[in-house]
Write a protein that binds this ligand. Structure first.
Ligand code: SAM
Length: 453
């Protein structure tokens, strides 16, 4: 066997720009310097980097000043985050007439929802009010949450007036699904209130989502004097900010695979999360993202951001891959599917009133990644190698010990089917994984493989 070409690395302090939209499993944020410093060594200014599975675009945001990014991910929210982080220039800022008009659209939808969902909203107000802590115990708040109606609920929602329960019925939601953009926007109120978010929060999310479409798809394109505003990417910024809000108010550990049930132990925390104002956090997030983007502009764009399965993507951007200096692969390394963990923000972006299933209320027909399957992962990596080695690009891949592929030796073995052993090197870094949700923080080893063209 060829001699191992391995280097142990130390994490250097923050050297590269970061902008976190949401916590993300496998995000390279915590080990950004480990990856980015290597990419810098391999590239010259102006080179192309192809990021096959960009997730929250941590790599693109760090590299967009140096290289042109050609980025992709199968999840739609990733494209929204990518257009924001890589391509949006926040000039003019989201203020003045833009904010005033947006607020008007928001208020109209919110008033409408306040009327329709008044039963739920009023009961929640009582449960979350200051004196509620002495009036209701944790079991009563839990009962309120667990008995709340939602679309496709299998057991009857007891204790609610019939006209309220009927709002969540199949035929009514079908109408929303068929008549795209029917108002008032109500998806989160009908699907997720009292699961991952509160009732008032669901109404605020729906109303902000409505205002985003109305401002960016309808109002702005009709204003000749505002033609200079990039309404598509402003839309991406605003949806990214809303993703940031949903991440902040989530009582869970940074994903939406399951929601927390109220208990004696978490009552105070749950109520604290549910009392937060979606609108206020939204405005904060927009400001925070704009300020960050102004500090990290890029003259290497426009960067390409796509949403495809990686094989289709590689075929579509074949010419870029032939010219690229680096093809970067950061695949899922665990058996959990991103389409399950992040279904809520996928639905926020698509806003398509999907069919849902299971206790977590996941979208049905979710993408199942071959990288999460033991028997499929080797050939999935093989496809990347086959296309990447046709050009002159380095193939750089991140992976973690203890994933679907057990360790660096097993990963290297797959790469050796496509690249000569002497052309493959691996850097390793000891790091701590938060394991999103599991109490123990686990020490692991991060790998960075480089395959020479
Ligand atoms: C480890 S994460 C990438 C994290 C990213 N580098 C970051 O820092 O945020 C893996 C990504 O692979 C994407 N993915 C999984 N299967 C895919 C496929 N078949 N095609 C494209 N993307 C895929 C997931 O949606 C997920 O965002």
């Amino acid at each position: 066997m060829a001699k191992e070409n391995t280097v142990k690395s130390k994490l250097t302090p923050n050297l590269h720009p970061k902008l976190l939209v949401t916590k993300y499993m496998g995000s390279k944020k915590a080990i950004l310097d480990f990856v980015a410093s290597e990419l810098i060594k391999l590239t010259k200014p102006g080179d192309i980097i192809v990021d096959l599975m960009a997730g929250t675009h941590t790599i693109g945001y760090a590299m967009k000043n140096r290289c042109q990014m050609v980025a992709n991910d199968i999840q739609r929210y990733s494209r929204v985050i990518g257009e924001t982080l890589l391509n949006y220039n926040p000039e003019p800022r989201f203020e003045g007439v833009l904010l005033d008009t947006f607020r008007r659209f928001y208020i109209t939808n919110a008033r409408h929802l306040a009327d329709i969902f008044s039963h739920g909203l009023r009961r929640e107000q009582g449960m979350l009010s200051k004196d509620a802590d002495t009036k209701y115990n944790w079991m009563e708040y839990r009962e309120f949450c667990e008995s709340y109606p939602y679309y496709l609920r299998e057991t009857p929602a007891l204790g609610w007036p019939e006209e309220f329960s009927l709002l969540f019925g199949h035929r009514r939601v079908e109408a929303y699904k068929t008549l795209n953009k029917l108002e008032p926007y109500s998806l989160f109120s009908l699907y997720f209130a009292n699961s991952y978010i509160g009732v008032q929060q669901a109404a605020e999310i729906d109303s902000i989502r409505c205002a985003i479409d109305k401002l960016c798809d309808l109002w702005l394109p009709q204003r000749d004097e505002l033609k200079h505003i990039d309404s598509y990417r402003l839309r991406c910024l605003l949806i990214s900010a809303l993703i940031g809000v949903i991440n902040k108010i989530n009582p869970g550990p940074g994903h939406w695979a399951a929601y927390q049930h109220v208990s004696d132990h978490n009552l105070k925390y749950m109520k604290g999360q549910r009392r937060q104002s979606v609108w206020d956090i939204f405005i904060d997030r927009v400001r925070e993202f704009e300020n960050n983007l102004l500090k990290n502009p890029s003259d290497k764009g426009p960067h390409i951001v796509m949403t495809e399965d990686y094989v289709n993507f590689m075929e579509e951007v074949h010419e870029y891959i032939r010219q690229a200096r680096v093809v970067y692969l950061d695949p899922p390394y665990s058996q959990g599917h991103y389409s399950r963990f992040y279904h809520l923000i996928e639905t926020l972006v698509l806003y398509d009133y999907p069919e849902i299933a299971f206790a977590g209320r996941y979208r049905v027909n979710r993408h199942q990644s071959p990288f999460a399957h033991k028997e499929k992962v080797a050939s999935a990596i093989g496809k990347v190698c086959e296309i990447a080695r046709e050009g002159n690009a380095w193939l750089v891949s991140s992976y973690s010990r203890g994933g679907v592929i057990a360790d660096d030796k097993a990963f290297r073995k797959i790469l050796e089917e496509y690249y000569p052993a002497k052309n493959i090197t691996v850097k390793k870094l000891l790091s701590v994984h938060s394991k999103l949700g599991q109490a123990n923080r686990m020490q692991t080893e991060e790998y960075l493989f480089k395959c020479k063209p």
